[in-house]
Design a protein around this ligand. Structure first.
Ligand SMILES: Nc1ncnc2c1ncn2[C@@H]1O[C@H](COP(=O)(O)OP(=O)(O)OP(=O)(O)O)[C@@H](O)[C@H]1O
Ligand SMILES: [Mg+2]
Length: 267
């Protein structure tokens, strides 16, 4: 299968030199849903920025559809890859519909006018993300979770082939979290590839085909959720006492934090 995204032996360091992402090799095929997981500071956002062409590796190569990422111009790349950062800059004084409309910029003419096809895509993504009720509101007046859903709508409106999202469900309630993961999963049916950074290991296990587990700037393991989510590996990487069990309904791996109560129960 030809890869949509391929990273080969990528290394990256910030100017301060305190953190290094080292020797990352991985690929993402069309229609795949991949989760990047790992502790705080392990390099997940840095890796996603490299995939988006925002951070440039000092060594190694990043290819999208077989072409080096740095050889794309911005608009051309934006028609293929959409990126939702962990802390997007606020869009002051724009309505929700206008914020979602920003996702159409790679398709706009020099005048920046939206055509009927753009409007139709905006309508569709507002509905898909359950944001249509918010369409006329000022973005700056929304709650944290509402903003997050609107920003997801914005990257969907970009109609990319590869969607990169950094913790898109961090502020969402359980309904909207499952809705966003369901929606992302449904995109893969259209051949769109999704890479999602998340701290929710159980959601990642349930929805992703493959996980990339990062630890201190290195890929500790890649594979199907059941290959990556093991007691020993997760406990070691997270420095916590964790047990992985099989979900009784779905059969997916499910991580459980071993607290004091669990110890008492076992005695
Ligand atoms: N602009 C920067 N300049 C210097 N160091 C940075 C910069 N951005 C991130 N870092 C450092 O690089 C390391 C990896 O950061 P990154 O944001 O990729 O982690 P993360 O895995 O996404 O963490 P989190 O789960 O907290 O979002 C951290 O130690 C962080 O302090
Ligand atoms: Mg991060």
């Amino acid at each position: 299968m030809s890869q949509l995204l391929a990273l080969q032996n990528c290394s990256f360091a910030y100017g301060s030199g305190d953190f290094r992402l080292e020797g990352v090799t991985l690929d993402v095929g069309p229609g795949r849903m991949c989760g990047i997981v790992g502790p705080n500071g392990s390099g997940k956002s840095t890796l996603l920025r490299i995939m988006a062409g925002i951070a440039h590796p000092a060594e190694g190569s990043v290819c999208v559809r077989g072409k080096q990422l740095r050889r794309y111009d911005r608009r051309e790349l934006a028609r293929v890859v959409a990126f939702l950062p962990q802390s997007p800059s606020p869009s002051f004084d724009l309505t929700v519909r206008e914020v979602v409309g920003l996702g159409r910029y790679p398709y706009q003419s020099g005048l920046g006018l939206l055509g009927s096809r753009d409007e139709a895509v905006i309508d569709r993504t507002l509905v898909e993300t359950e944001c249509e009720r918010l369409a006329g509101r000022l973005f700056s007046t929304l709650s944290g979770g509402e903003r997050q859903r609107v920003l997801v709508a914005g990257v969907l409106a970009q109609e990319p082939e590869l969607l990169l999202l950094d913790e898109p469900s961090a502020s969402l309630d359980i309904h909207h979290k499952s809705h966003v993961f369901d929606l992302l999963r449904s995109l893969t049916g259209r051949g769109i590839a999704v890479v999602v950074v998340t701290h929710d290991l159980n959601m990642a296990a349930e929805f992703c085909d493959e996980l990339f587990l990062l630890s201190n700037g290195r890929v500790a393991r890649t594979g199907q959720p059941e290959e990556v989510m093991t007691d020993v590996l997760l406990s070691d990487v997270y420095g916590a006492r964790l047990r992985v069990i099989e979900h009784p309904l779905s059969g997916s791996p499910m991580v459980h934090v071993m607290g004091k109560r669990s110890d008492e129960d076992r005695e």
